[in-house]
Write a protein that binds this ligand. Structure first.
Ligand SMILES: Cc1cc2nc3c(=O)[nH]c(=O)nc-3n(C[C@H](O)[C@H](O)[C@H](O)COP(=O)(O)O)c2cc1C
Length: 219
């Protein structure tokens, strides 16, 4: 597939959570998804044992069913004070305005998840993570999360937008049932819509100085 002319730093700094600018009407070719998964498969995996799995949902009835579940989860999320994006207060006016834009955008996706031409669920087949020790949890998720981010970067390079979501995990089993994921053996990590973006100009987000989160030599 044709790729945008972006440097690696531009790709890394402009791969945003895209919601309102997803073109819900333009089909996404299977080969574009295949190419993004091929890039995802270049990511690291614990013990060189790849447990990542991608469920690619094109079927309209299944997408709408997942969209309905996501909306129900979002209704619960909206009531979670301190967790819901709209309830988090930022220190500066600028940061607060950004937070409100994120909230508005997330509300939009909650209404339209099922309308995306394709939904992708990233999973690990290394078993469920309910109550497992940190090392196993980190290793299992570590086999999926870098891969999924590579998938999203590869998508952006091809003019496609994605949005990392985890709110749907509140009803993970119901989502599993829609697409036949064996819930007892497979852990979902992330659900994303994927669609061509309306325009391809995305900007780096405003972020704090790196030194605010670096601990040189000591925490
Ligand atoms: C772990 C994780 C969970 C997220 N869950 C959701 C979600 O459920 N719904 C949603 O709309 N966005 C979700 N997001 C996207 C964030 O809202 C987004 O990354 C953040 O607002 C920063 O925006 P940016 O990625 O464009 O810089 C999630 C992101 C991460 C990393």
């Amino acid at each position: 597939m044709e790729q945008l002319d972006l440097t690696s730093d531009q790709l890394l700094s402009t791969t945003r959570a895209v919601r309102k600018r997803l073109d819900m009407d333009r089909p996404v070719p299977d080969d574009a998804i295949r190419e993004c998964v091929a890039m995802a498969m270049q990511s690291p995996s614990g013990s060189n044992n790849m447990t990542m799995q991608f469920v690619v949902v094109r079927d309209e009835a299944k997408r709408q069913a997942i969209g309905d579940i996501y909306r129900q989860c979002f209704d619960v999320y909206r009531s979670m004070d301190g967790v819901y994006a709209g309830s988090i207060k930022k220190e500066t006016e600028e940061a607060q305005a950004q937070q409100m834009r994120v909230t508005d955008s997330a509300e939009y996706l909650a209404e339209h998840m099922g309308d995306a031409p394709v939904l992708v669920i990233a999973c690990s087949k290394a078993g469920r993570l309910d109550n497992v020790p940190a090392m196993r949890a980190a290793s299992s998720m570590g086999n999926v999360l870098p891969a999924m981010w590579s998938f999203m970067l590869a998508a952006r390079a091809r003019g496609l937008g994605t949005c990392w979501t985890t709110v749907g995990l509140m009803m993970e089993q119901q989502i599993a049932d829609v697409v036949g994921i064996p819930y007892d053996e497979v852990q979902q990590a992330c659900l994303t819509p994927i669609a061509y973006t309306k325009g391809t100009d995305f900007k780096p987000a405003g972020r704090a100085d790196p030194d605010t989160i670096i601990h040189w030599d000591t925490w």
